[in-house]
Write a protein of this length. Sequence first.
Length: 125
Amino acid sequence: MENRNINDRTPGTTGTTGTTGSTGMTGTTGTTGTSGAGTGTGTASALSQTAQDYGRKISEAATHAKDIVSDKVSVVSDKIKDLQNADLGELAENAKNYARQKPGQALLISAGVGLLLGLILRGRR
């Protein structure tokens, strides 16, 4: 370990004679040359509070992601039902018209579908 001046410490590191260091999360630095008994409780409660905050944030993000996925699943389900009830000739004609109107997008969609099918079929081997 390199020798540093006690005043040159950065959060998350300890001095050469220190017994407790900072957590890096709360921005507090450790004490040097003491037992650290007085700061241990404060650091533990700060860590506990930080963990609870992150737990709440993760829970909220998971709930938001679940809502988005369920919305997308319902949209896909509706599209699948529409495709099941549609006439194949009509679908082919619509695809041709779309390709004539937007050839670049049609080409990219075709390449994407081909890539996905290739990955799916290759994964089965």
